[in-house]
Ligand binder design. Structure first.
Ligand code: XMP
Length: 514
């Protein structure tokens, strides 16, 4: 496998993706991962990512020297190359010239007369190719034993390699599409210089993960918390494949899911895929805890805390339980180390670790990204309803009921939400939108139903497009689709006589109303 050490670059994910596209298994580790972690992964090659720092900054991320002692090929990209130059005795100049965007790269004849290895088969000395740059610092002089194998007009050392050891550095970004020969260069590094072979795919991932789970969970039993989402469902099915009856999936039904979701989980994960699922009906318990609570953050805290309590109580009932399987993804791993951004919403995800139980945590997806988990899910035979489920907040419908969460509000918003889902799907828009849902706005209005005055809740419909949930725009659904949604809600949900469409972008609004 290949390790990508994440030194803070926005392109790290892209590097990992490119490597996996070349059919080589790859894991992303934080740049400051200790030697033991690096070596325990038994890497066959290491890639140092770019990053926003300067090697001279006090808090500059610096990988453990184990990288150099692992005896495997290393490729430093951008900041990764500067770091390589700096720690191995070269010279890096700070902020000397900035170089952003396209640049013309010239392949150089190796200065000791031997042909360079990095560009072998890609460009002969004198060849000029377009590459993509984004850096402020630059390498002035490569470290002893290294030679310069490419330059651009602004970077005298745009690529370098060691004379005998398998260490390579590039100042440009081979992982972006703007470097047309980038994939070829990565292929050359992986296949020819590191001797790796393609052939890795989700099928191979599943086999490897099953083996690893069997090795990790040696004695006793394991539990997994099912939430209805793709990550936990896939983790449950994978762990079941590895551990069989030694796994118990606990599905805490907090009553805040959408219509049909608890049934889908039970039918598909429990029934069709045969995972032993224990459904805990905690609906009344959550309603009681939420009674009278109107503050959104307080709701999140209560739901998060209660979820862990209920889960813990059920897990205690599992004999000889020693492990907790969680569907944590790489972005979650990075974020939980975070505190980088201001807290707008606490985003309390249900399914945190029950601390008192002293379970050993097993996270088979901690090196994967969301779309890769979806592919694993498909590989394991999970249904589309789970594989393609839109993002859904951990606290569920509770943050789609503005104000106090009552049984009536939940029932109403659930019924309206089901209509929104059906109509967006039927109109062929489900794949285009990030999320579509109904909101109990907490506002009440006068209407007329059956010739009589009707006073009822105002329901909002929200439908947004987004790449990552950080920013979003409202979707211009065709009027006919909006009309059908409104018509059906006011006809099929007796208490509702007014429906409004939310036309706010994020920012300044957020996606959820709470
Ligand atoms: P906002 O409302 O902050 O939402 O624009 C951005 C994305 O995050 C989801 N979201 C949550 N997810 N726990 C979660 O697991 C939460 O408390 C939570 N609040 C919002 C939201 O659905 C959207 O996809």
């Amino acid at each position: 496998r290949v390790l990508v050490l994440d030194l803070g670059a926005q392109y790290t994910l892209l590097i990992a993706r490119r490597v996996r596209e070349l059919g080589v298994y790859c894991e992303v580790l934080p740049g400051d991962a200790p030697a033991q972690t690096i070596l325990s992964r038994k890497p066959q090659a290491i890639i140092l990512s770019g990053g926003p720092s300067s090697v001279y900054a006090e808090d500059a991320p610096r990988p453990d020297p184990a990288v150099w002692e692992a005896g495997v090929p290393v490729l430093g990209i951008c900041y990764g190359m500067q770091l390589m130059a700096h720690v191995l005795g070269g010279e890096v100049r700070r902020g000397e010239r900035q170089e952003f965007g396209r640049a013309e790269l010239e392949v150089l004849a190796a200065d000791d007369g031997r042909p360079g290895r990095l560009f072998e088969g890609i460009g002969s000395p004198g060849a000029r190719m377009t590459c993509w740059m984004s850096h402020g610092d630059l390498v002035r002089r490569p470290p002893p034993g290294f030679r310069t194998v490419a330059r651009t007009p602004l970077s005298p050392v745009a690529a370098m390699e060691h004379g005998s050891r398998p260490w390579f550095g590039v100042q440009f970004h081979p992982e972006v599409a703007h470097t047309p020969f980038g994939s070829e260069l990565l292929r050359h590094f992986l296949y020819d210089l590191a001797g790796l072979r393609g052939g890795w795919n989700m099928h191979a991932f599943v086999e490897r993960a099953v083996d690893e789970l069997r090795r990790q969970v040696t004695g006793g039993r394991a539990v997994v918390a099912l939430s209805g989402g793709v990550d936990s469902s896939t983790a449950a099915v994978l762990a079941h494949r590895a551990l069989g009856d030694r796994l118990t999936a606990i599905f805490v039904d907090h009553g805040l899911l959408r219509r049909g979701e608890p049934e889908t989980v039970e039918r598909e994960i429990g029934g069709r895929l045969g995972v032993p699922v224990t459904r805990v009906d905690a609906r009344q318990r959550f309603l009681t805890k939420l009674a009278g609570v109107v503050d959104p953050e307080e709701k999140r805290r209560i739901i998060g805390r209660e979820f862990i309590r209920v889960f813990e109580e059920s897990a205690r009932g599992v004999p000889d339980v020693r492990y907790l399987v969680q569907g944590t993804l790489y972005p979650d791993v990075v974020e939980s180390g975070g505190g980088r951004t201001a807290t707008i919403k606490s985003h309390h995800n249900v399914g945190g670790l029950p601390e008192q139980m002293q379970l050993t945590l097993v996270e088979p997806f901690r090196y994967l990204f969301k779309d890769e988990v979806r592919r694993v899910a498909r590989e394991l035979g999970l249904p589309d309803a789970i594989v393609h489920r839109h993002p859904f907040p951990g606290p569920g419908l509770a943050v789609r009921v503005v104000g106090e969460v009552t049984a009536e509000a939940l029932e109403t918003v659930r019924a309206c939400d089901a209509i929104v889902q059906e109509e967006v799907e039927r109109a062929g828009w489900a794949g285009e939108v990030w999320q579509a849902f109904a909101v109990w706005t907490g506002a009440w209005s006068v209407g007329v139903k059956g010739d009589a005055r009707h006073y009822g809740p105002v329901i909002a419909v929200r439908c947004v497009q987004s790449d990552d949930g950080m920013t979003a725009d409202w979707v211009r659904l065709p009027y006919e689709v909006l009309d059908r949604i409104s018509h059906r809600i006011t006809n099929e949900v007796p208490t509702v006589s007014r429906v409004v469409y939310d036309v706010s972008a994020k920012p300044p609004a957020t996606i959820e109303w709470e």
